[in-house]
Design a protein around this ligand. Structure first.
Ligand code: SF4
Length: 87
């Protein structure tokens, strides 16, 4: 039993380190990449943002045209729904 307990502790320590590294990286990326921007640069926000841009091929999901060099938060208009480019 003691050896199983040690193995369990070792396993939990390893798991904790993995999650800690993931969390640290996520905190770092969140400083410049908007959390609503997915891996394909599609905006997943349910509110209006000045960085949303709609294209003909995909009129339902806006592309994020925000620069990852600037703070994205001033572009958020969270009290308004998403609108097409022309509205
Ligand atoms: S369009 Fe705005 S809310 Fe959407 S991912 Fe880009 S910065 Fe974020």
């Amino acid at each position: 039993m003691p050896s199983e307990k040690k193995r369990l502790e070792k396993s939990l320590d390893k798991l904790f380190k993995i999650y800690k590294d993931i969390s640290t990286k996520a905190d770092e990326v969140n400083q410049y990449r908007c959390p609503y921007k997915n891996a394909k640069n599609i905006c997943t926000a349910t509110f209006k943002c000045l960085n949303q841009h709609f294209i003909k091929d995909n009129p339902k999901e806006p592309i994020c045209i925000g620069s990852e060099k600037l703070d994205y938060r001033p572009a958020w208009i969270t009290d308004q729904p998403i609108k097409s480019n022309d509205e």
